[in-house]
Design a protein around this ligand. Sequence first.
Ligand code: 13P
Ligand code: SF4
Length: 345
Amino acid sequence: MNVVTSKITPAADLTYTSDVERSTAHLYDKVKTVIPAIEWPVFAPMIARINELKKQKNAIILGHNYMTPEIFHCVADVTGDSLALARSASKTTADIIIMAGVEFMAETAKIMNPSKKVLIPNTGAGCTLAEAITAEDVRKLKAQYPGVPIVTYVNTSAEVKAESDICCTSANAAQIVEGLGVPRVIMLPDEYLALNTAKLVKTEIITWKGRCMVHEQFTPDDIRGMRANNPGVVVLAHPECSPEVVAECDYTGSTAGMIDYVAKHKPPKVVLVTECSMSDNVAAEYPELDFVRPCNLCPFMKKIELKNILHALETETHEVHVDPAIISRARVSVERMITGWKYGT
Ligand code: 13P
Ligand code: SF4
């Protein structure tokens, strides 16, 4: 991904005045169970300024479910999983899209809406899955398996998407694979998502060796330990966890799938086997439920903070640029995912 950085403008006054306190009180109300009162005077002036700048500049903030609560609940205009954020990016009428998420999500937003200015608040927000495969790797696989469609997880670079037949997310992987109507597919780059999907479909799946550094750390023993220490706990896991971990859980789904499960079933005691901020964000909405908290942090997602969202809005950096030739090919793969596609049509 190419990014353009411009000069830093003078910082706004970020004093916690009584005006700021008043204008952000309704937002603190949403997060009061997960953000201590003593921390609010640091966040509130940035939140007030970000929300003001968004209006002035006709900007929209798309916030992934792994953002911290002050971002997720207080400045994001749209929140969701990778699929929901890609859909929102394609539809928005805002002039500027700020991706409060990682680089592949910002690139996907640019692919879906190339005329918009897409900004990523921190250029270090990568992903171990996106790093696990290159466009050259995909070209070699195509030569090795001619005629076998390539299903690529959105957690990849635009160049990798451009070499693929269709994209998928953790919310729709099985549906995309089955929809192709073929006996065999290659699924990149997450080995665990591919193995978990293979359990749900009749299609043979050839896997790659990518892993999410957050989800691969969970073990079946961790889950058994959670159950032993928390009788009756309902365990929800992301499909980037190993199949052995998934086998120990009550439900597996995308980040949005897990949130929907909690909203629908309201399990009195629940654990989300995924990135830590998800539990905080969902717990803020359901303070009556008991969230068991062993979790792992994604160091890439945590590079996005209020202070760099504010800086991105003030300076309109760091702008995401993707080669137009790559955009047009990558977009075919993402659009096929969104609209549905049968191989060879
Ligand atoms: P979702 O599409 O489920 O939000 O997952 C994205 C991600 O990066 C999970 O680690
Ligand atoms: Fe990538 Fe895993 Fe972080 Fe998601 S949680 S962005 S898959 S490293």
